[in-house]
Design a protein around this ligand. Sequence first.
Ligand code: 2P0
Length: 339
Amino acid sequence: MTDIYSVSAPSNIAFLKYWGKKDPLLQWPANDSLSMTLNQLASRTTAYRHDTEDHRFQFQGEVLPRDHGSFHKVYKHLDYLSEICGFQEKLSLSSTNSFPTGAGIASSASGLAALTIAALACWTESGSFSELSEKGFSRESLAHFARMGSGSAGRSLFGGFVQWQAGTHADKQKIIGLYDANHWPLHDTVALFSHSEKSKSSTAAHADAWSSILFEPRVAGAPERMNAMLKAVHSQSIATLGPLLETEALEMHAVMMTTRPPQFYLTTEAVAFIAAFRRARQDGLFEAYFTIDAGPNVHIIHEASETSALTTWTAEHYPTLQLLQDRVGEGPRLERGLN
Ligand code: 2P0
Protein backbone atom coordinates (compact mmCIF):
# COMPACT_ATOMS: atom_id res chain seq x y z
CA MET A 1 0.00 0.00 0.00
CA THR A 2 1.24 3.48 -0.84
CA ASP A 3 -0.11 6.91 -0.01
CA ILE A 4 -2.13 8.54 -2.75
CA TYR A 5 -2.80 12.27 -2.88
CA SER A 6 -6.08 13.48 -4.39
CA VAL A 7 -6.67 17.04 -5.48
CA SER A 8 -9.75 18.74 -6.81
CA ALA A 9 -8.86 22.11 -8.35
CA PRO A 10 -11.50 24.39 -9.85
CA SER A 11 -11.40 26.36 -13.04
CA ASN A 12 -11.74 30.13 -12.87
CA ILE A 13 -13.41 32.70 -15.04
CA ALA A 14 -11.48 35.91 -15.66
CA PHE A 15 -13.36 39.18 -15.22
CA LEU A 16 -10.30 41.16 -16.32
CA LYS A 17 -8.37 38.94 -18.71
CA TYR A 18 -4.75 37.84 -18.89
CA TRP A 19 -3.94 38.22 -22.57
CA GLY A 20 -0.36 38.75 -23.74
CA LYS A 21 2.89 38.21 -21.85
CA LYS A 22 5.77 40.57 -21.20
CA ASP A 23 8.00 37.53 -20.78
CA PRO A 24 6.77 34.08 -21.83
CA LEU A 25 9.62 32.17 -20.16
CA LEU A 26 9.04 33.83 -16.80
CA GLN A 27 5.25 33.82 -17.33
CA TRP A 28 5.07 37.56 -16.77
CA PRO A 29 1.69 38.88 -17.94
CA ALA A 30 1.25 42.15 -19.82
CA ASN A 31 -1.47 43.30 -17.39
CA ASP A 32 -3.04 42.46 -14.03
CA SER A 33 -6.03 40.09 -14.11
CA LEU A 34 -9.01 39.43 -11.85
CA SER A 35 -11.02 36.21 -11.68
CA MET A 36 -13.74 34.32 -9.89
CA THR A 37 -12.91 30.77 -8.88
CA LEU A 38 -15.59 28.28 -9.86
CA ASN A 39 -17.04 25.41 -7.86
CA GLN A 40 -18.15 22.42 -9.98
CA LEU A 41 -16.04 22.93 -13.10
CA ALA A 42 -12.87 21.29 -11.84
CA SER A 43 -9.99 18.92 -12.52
CA ARG A 44 -9.42 16.01 -10.17
CA THR A 45 -5.89 14.65 -10.08
CA THR A 46 -4.39 11.84 -8.02
CA ALA A 47 -0.68 11.20 -7.54
CA TYR A 48 1.43 8.47 -6.01
CA ARG A 49 5.12 7.64 -6.17
CA HIS A 50 6.01 5.29 -8.95
CA ASP A 51 9.36 3.56 -9.19
CA THR A 52 9.93 3.82 -12.95
CA GLU A 53 12.10 5.70 -15.43
CA ASP A 54 9.56 8.41 -16.25
CA HIS A 55 6.37 9.90 -14.86
CA ARG A 56 3.16 8.23 -15.92
CA PHE A 57 0.18 10.44 -16.75
CA GLN A 58 -3.33 9.22 -17.37
CA PHE A 59 -6.12 11.51 -18.58
CA GLN A 60 -9.77 10.41 -18.50
CA GLY A 61 -8.52 6.81 -18.21
CA GLU A 62 -6.02 6.90 -21.10
CA VAL A 63 -2.25 6.74 -20.52
CA LEU A 64 -0.71 9.67 -22.42
CA PRO A 65 3.00 9.42 -23.18
CA ARG A 66 5.47 12.30 -23.01
CA ASP A 67 5.32 12.93 -26.77
CA HIS A 68 1.50 13.21 -26.83
CA GLY A 69 0.75 16.54 -28.57
CA SER A 70 -1.63 18.54 -26.39
CA PHE A 71 -0.40 17.12 -23.07
CA HIS A 72 3.30 17.98 -23.45
CA LYS A 73 2.62 20.80 -20.97
CA VAL A 74 2.00 18.23 -18.23
CA TYR A 75 5.40 16.52 -18.53
CA LYS A 76 7.16 19.85 -19.07
CA HIS A 77 5.62 21.16 -15.87
CA LEU A 78 6.52 18.03 -13.89
CA ASP A 79 10.13 18.41 -15.12
CA TYR A 80 10.11 22.08 -14.09
CA LEU A 81 8.73 21.36 -10.60
CA SER A 82 11.10 18.45 -10.11
CA GLU A 83 14.12 20.53 -11.08
CA ILE A 84 13.26 23.75 -9.27
CA CYS A 85 12.13 22.03 -6.06
CA GLY A 86 14.75 19.25 -6.15
CA PHE A 87 12.50 16.16 -6.16
CA GLN A 88 13.74 13.15 -8.14
CA GLU A 89 11.01 10.53 -7.57
CA LYS A 90 8.82 9.70 -10.53
CA LEU A 91 5.05 9.97 -10.08
CA SER A 92 2.01 8.23 -11.41
CA LEU A 93 -0.76 10.73 -11.99
CA SER A 94 -4.32 10.33 -13.10
CA SER A 95 -6.55 13.24 -14.03
CA THR A 96 -10.15 13.84 -15.06
CA ASN A 97 -12.10 16.98 -15.90
CA SER A 98 -15.72 17.62 -15.05
CA PHE A 99 -16.12 19.57 -18.32
CA PRO A 100 -15.02 19.34 -21.97
CA THR A 101 -11.29 19.94 -22.42
CA GLY A 102 -10.06 22.67 -24.77
CA ALA A 103 -13.45 24.37 -25.16
CA GLY A 104 -12.68 27.71 -23.56
CA ILE A 105 -13.48 26.64 -20.01
CA ALA A 106 -9.87 27.07 -18.97
CA SER A 107 -9.05 23.37 -18.62
CA SER A 108 -5.40 24.33 -18.38
CA ALA A 109 -6.18 26.50 -15.33
CA SER A 110 -7.79 23.73 -13.30
CA GLY A 111 -5.59 21.00 -14.78
CA LEU A 112 -2.24 22.64 -14.11
CA ALA A 113 -3.38 23.83 -10.66
CA ALA A 114 -4.41 20.26 -9.73
CA LEU A 115 -1.19 18.84 -11.18
CA THR A 116 1.00 21.29 -9.24
CA ILE A 117 -0.72 20.60 -5.91
CA ALA A 118 -0.86 16.81 -6.41
CA ALA A 119 2.82 16.54 -7.41
CA LEU A 120 4.11 18.72 -4.56
CA ALA A 121 1.80 17.06 -2.00
CA CYS A 122 3.09 13.66 -3.11
CA TRP A 123 6.77 14.62 -3.13
CA THR A 124 6.53 16.29 0.30
CA GLU A 125 4.07 13.70 1.71
CA SER A 126 1.61 16.43 2.67
CA GLY A 127 -2.05 15.55 3.14
CA SER A 128 -3.28 19.14 3.57
CA PHE A 129 -2.46 22.71 2.61
CA SER A 130 -1.24 23.41 6.13
CA GLU A 131 1.23 20.49 5.90
CA LEU A 132 2.39 21.81 2.53
CA SER A 133 2.88 25.23 4.08
CA GLU A 134 4.90 23.76 7.00
CA LYS A 135 7.18 22.20 4.37
CA GLY A 136 7.77 25.57 2.73
CA PHE A 137 5.00 25.53 0.13
CA SER A 138 2.61 28.32 1.07
CA ARG A 139 -0.60 28.84 -0.88
CA GLU A 140 0.96 31.77 -2.73
CA SER A 141 4.12 29.85 -3.62
CA LEU A 142 1.94 27.01 -4.98
CA ALA A 143 0.06 29.62 -7.04
CA HIS A 144 3.33 30.83 -8.56
CA PHE A 145 4.44 27.27 -9.35
CA ALA A 146 1.04 26.63 -10.98
CA ARG A 147 1.30 29.87 -12.99
CA MET A 148 4.56 28.59 -14.50
CA GLY A 149 2.56 25.65 -15.89
CA SER A 150 -0.25 27.84 -17.20
CA GLY A 151 -0.72 31.48 -16.26
CA SER A 152 -4.40 31.27 -15.38
CA ALA A 153 -3.74 28.20 -13.16
CA GLY A 154 -2.14 30.43 -10.53
CA ARG A 155 -5.49 32.08 -9.84
CA SER A 156 -7.14 28.67 -9.20
CA LEU A 157 -5.10 28.18 -6.01
CA PHE A 158 -7.46 30.50 -4.15
CA GLY A 159 -11.23 30.45 -3.74
CA GLY A 160 -13.55 33.40 -4.24
CA PHE A 161 -12.23 36.44 -6.09
CA VAL A 162 -8.56 36.47 -7.04
CA GLN A 163 -6.16 39.05 -8.42
CA TRP A 164 -2.92 38.33 -10.27
CA GLN A 165 -0.70 41.42 -10.18
CA ALA A 166 2.01 41.70 -12.82
CA GLY A 167 4.27 43.91 -10.66
CA THR A 168 7.21 45.94 -11.89
CA HIS A 169 9.46 42.90 -12.49
CA ALA A 170 8.69 39.28 -13.34
CA ASP A 171 9.76 38.26 -9.82
CA LYS A 172 7.51 40.87 -8.18
CA GLN A 173 4.28 39.24 -9.36
CA LYS A 174 1.62 38.59 -6.73
CA ILE A 175 -1.40 36.30 -6.68
CA ILE A 176 -3.86 37.33 -4.02
CA GLY A 177 -7.11 35.86 -2.74
CA LEU A 178 -9.09 39.12 -2.37
CA TYR A 179 -12.44 37.86 -1.07
CA ASP A 180 -13.74 34.43 -0.05
CA ALA A 181 -16.54 32.78 -1.98
CA ASN A 182 -19.11 33.87 0.61
CA HIS A 183 -18.36 37.55 -0.07
CA TRP A 184 -20.67 37.50 -3.11
CA PRO A 185 -22.44 34.31 -4.25
CA LEU A 186 -22.24 34.98 -8.00
CA HIS A 187 -23.20 32.34 -10.54
CA ASP A 188 -21.60 31.43 -13.87
CA THR A 189 -23.96 29.73 -16.32
CA VAL A 190 -21.95 28.55 -19.31
CA ALA A 191 -23.67 28.35 -22.70
CA LEU A 192 -21.73 25.53 -24.34
CA PHE A 193 -21.28 26.18 -28.05
CA SER A 194 -18.37 23.84 -28.57
CA HIS A 195 -16.96 20.65 -27.07
CA SER A 196 -14.01 20.51 -29.41
CA GLU A 197 -10.37 21.49 -29.01
CA LYS A 198 -9.44 25.11 -29.62
CA SER A 199 -8.13 25.95 -33.09
CA LYS A 200 -5.05 27.58 -31.56
CA SER A 201 -3.63 27.08 -28.07
CA SER A 202 -3.76 30.03 -25.69
CA THR A 203 0.02 29.93 -25.29
CA ALA A 204 0.55 30.41 -29.05
CA ALA A 205 -2.16 33.09 -29.24
CA HIS A 206 -0.69 35.03 -26.27
CA ALA A 207 2.49 35.43 -28.31
CA ASP A 208 0.57 36.90 -31.27
CA ALA A 209 -1.33 39.42 -29.13
CA TRP A 210 1.43 42.02 -29.53
CA SER A 211 0.86 42.15 -33.29
CA SER A 212 -2.59 43.72 -32.82
CA ILE A 213 -2.80 47.50 -33.11
CA LEU A 214 -5.37 47.32 -30.28
CA PHE A 215 -3.09 45.49 -27.85
CA GLU A 216 -1.17 48.40 -26.35
CA PRO A 217 -4.26 50.62 -25.79
CA ARG A 218 -5.94 47.65 -24.12
CA VAL A 219 -3.01 47.11 -21.74
CA ALA A 220 -2.82 50.87 -21.05
CA GLY A 221 -6.50 50.91 -20.05
CA ALA A 222 -6.30 47.84 -17.82
CA PRO A 223 -5.41 49.61 -14.50
CA GLU A 224 -8.45 51.90 -14.72
CA ARG A 225 -10.71 48.97 -15.58
CA MET A 226 -9.22 46.95 -12.72
CA ASN A 227 -10.01 49.73 -10.24
CA ALA A 228 -13.59 49.94 -11.47
CA MET A 229 -14.01 46.15 -11.29
CA LEU A 230 -12.49 45.97 -7.80
CA LYS A 231 -14.97 48.59 -6.60
CA ALA A 232 -17.87 46.68 -8.19
CA VAL A 233 -16.80 43.37 -6.61
CA HIS A 234 -16.21 45.05 -3.25
CA SER A 235 -19.68 46.63 -3.26
CA GLN A 236 -21.30 43.53 -4.84
CA SER A 237 -22.82 45.62 -7.62
CA ILE A 238 -23.73 43.47 -10.64
CA ALA A 239 -25.10 46.59 -12.39
CA THR A 240 -21.59 48.09 -12.24
CA LEU A 241 -19.58 44.92 -12.82
CA GLY A 242 -21.70 43.58 -15.70
CA PRO A 243 -21.00 46.23 -18.37
CA LEU A 244 -17.30 46.17 -17.45
CA LEU A 245 -17.25 42.38 -17.97
CA GLU A 246 -18.79 42.65 -21.41
CA THR A 247 -16.53 45.47 -22.63
CA GLU A 248 -13.50 43.59 -21.33
CA ALA A 249 -14.39 40.34 -23.12
CA LEU A 250 -15.20 42.11 -26.38
CA GLU A 251 -11.98 44.11 -26.29
CA MET A 252 -9.93 40.95 -25.73
CA HIS A 253 -11.64 39.31 -28.70
CA ALA A 254 -11.08 42.48 -30.77
CA VAL A 255 -7.36 42.10 -30.02
CA MET A 256 -7.50 38.43 -31.01
CA MET A 257 -9.28 39.22 -34.28
CA THR A 258 -6.76 41.93 -35.24
CA THR A 259 -3.54 39.99 -34.67
CA ARG A 260 -1.40 38.84 -37.59
CA PRO A 261 -2.63 36.24 -38.37
CA PRO A 262 -6.10 36.99 -36.93
CA GLN A 263 -7.61 34.55 -34.48
CA PHE A 264 -11.36 33.94 -34.31
CA TYR A 265 -12.39 32.00 -31.23
CA LEU A 266 -15.97 33.22 -31.44
CA THR A 267 -18.39 31.47 -33.76
CA THR A 268 -21.37 33.02 -35.59
CA GLU A 269 -23.67 31.01 -33.30
CA ALA A 270 -22.06 32.47 -30.18
CA VAL A 271 -22.20 36.03 -31.59
CA ALA A 272 -25.90 35.64 -32.48
CA PHE A 273 -26.56 34.30 -28.98
CA ILE A 274 -24.81 37.30 -27.40
CA ALA A 275 -26.91 39.73 -29.48
CA ALA A 276 -30.18 37.98 -28.52
CA PHE A 277 -29.09 37.77 -24.88
CA ARG A 278 -28.39 41.51 -24.76
CA ARG A 279 -31.80 42.29 -26.29
CA ALA A 280 -33.53 40.07 -23.72
CA ARG A 281 -31.72 41.89 -20.93
CA GLN A 282 -32.69 45.27 -22.42
CA ASP A 283 -36.28 44.01 -22.47
CA GLY A 284 -35.97 43.46 -18.73
CA LEU A 285 -36.19 39.64 -18.76
CA PHE A 286 -33.19 39.18 -16.45
CA GLU A 287 -30.13 40.96 -15.13
CA ALA A 288 -27.13 38.97 -16.31
CA TYR A 289 -23.94 39.76 -18.23
CA PHE A 290 -21.60 37.74 -20.42
CA THR A 291 -17.91 37.17 -20.60
CA ILE A 292 -15.95 34.93 -22.98
CA ASP A 293 -12.54 33.25 -22.74
CA ALA A 294 -10.37 31.91 -25.55
CA GLY A 295 -13.18 29.83 -27.02
CA PRO A 296 -16.77 30.15 -28.23
CA ASN A 297 -18.53 29.35 -24.95
CA VAL A 298 -20.40 32.20 -23.34
CA HIS A 299 -20.11 32.58 -19.56
CA ILE A 300 -23.16 34.32 -18.10
CA ILE A 301 -22.44 35.98 -14.77
CA HIS A 302 -25.45 36.64 -12.56
CA GLU A 303 -26.90 36.47 -9.07
CA ALA A 304 -28.95 33.45 -7.89
CA SER A 305 -32.19 35.43 -8.21
CA GLU A 306 -31.78 35.46 -12.02
CA THR A 307 -31.20 31.73 -12.61
CA SER A 308 -34.81 30.84 -13.23
CA ALA A 309 -35.53 33.69 -15.69
CA LEU A 310 -32.28 33.00 -17.52
CA THR A 311 -32.82 29.25 -17.92
CA THR A 312 -36.44 29.82 -18.98
CA TRP A 313 -35.29 32.23 -21.68
CA THR A 314 -32.55 29.92 -22.98
CA ALA A 315 -34.89 26.88 -22.94
CA GLU A 316 -37.43 28.83 -25.00
CA HIS A 317 -35.02 30.32 -27.55
CA TYR A 318 -32.19 27.75 -27.57
CA PRO A 319 -33.89 24.44 -26.67
CA THR A 320 -30.89 22.30 -27.71
CA LEU A 321 -28.23 24.48 -26.09
CA GLN A 322 -26.36 22.78 -23.26
CA LEU A 323 -25.88 24.90 -20.14
CA LEU A 324 -23.33 24.20 -17.40
CA GLN A 325 -24.43 25.72 -14.12
CA ASP A 326 -21.73 26.81 -11.72
CA ARG A 327 -21.05 29.41 -9.08
CA VAL A 328 -18.19 30.91 -7.12
CA GLY A 329 -16.28 28.25 -5.17
CA GLU A 330 -13.94 27.90 -2.24
CA GLY A 331 -10.81 26.80 -4.08
CA PRO A 332 -8.85 23.56 -4.33
CA ARG A 333 -9.08 20.59 -1.96
CA LEU A 334 -6.37 18.12 -1.05
CA GLU A 335 -6.70 14.71 0.66
CA ARG A 336 -4.44 11.78 1.41
CA GLY A 337 -5.58 8.16 1.15
CA LEU A 338 -4.21 4.69 0.58
CA ASN A 339 -3.69 3.24 -2.89
C1 2P0 B 1 -7.61 34.42 -18.58
N1 2P0 B 1 -7.13 33.22 -20.71
O1 2P0 B 1 -7.30 35.42 -17.93
C2 2P0 B 1 -7.44 34.46 -20.09
C3 2P0 B 1 -8.69 34.93 -20.75
C4 2P0 B 1 -8.00 32.93 -21.83
C5 2P0 B 1 -8.77 34.16 -22.03
O2 2P0 B 1 -5.43 32.79 -19.39
O3 2P0 B 1 0.19 30.22 -21.95
O4 2P0 B 1 -3.97 28.90 -20.75
O5 2P0 B 1 -0.75 28.57 -20.33
O6 2P0 B 1 -0.13 30.85 -19.56
O7 2P0 B 1 -3.40 30.59 -18.96
C6 2P0 B 1 -5.65 31.35 -21.18
O8 2P0 B 1 -4.25 31.33 -21.21
O9 2P0 B 1 -2.07 30.51 -21.10
C7 2P0 B 1 -6.06 32.50 -20.37
P1 2P0 B 1 -0.62 30.01 -20.72
P2 2P0 B 1 -3.44 30.26 -20.40
O10 2P0 B 1 -8.12 33.41 -18.03
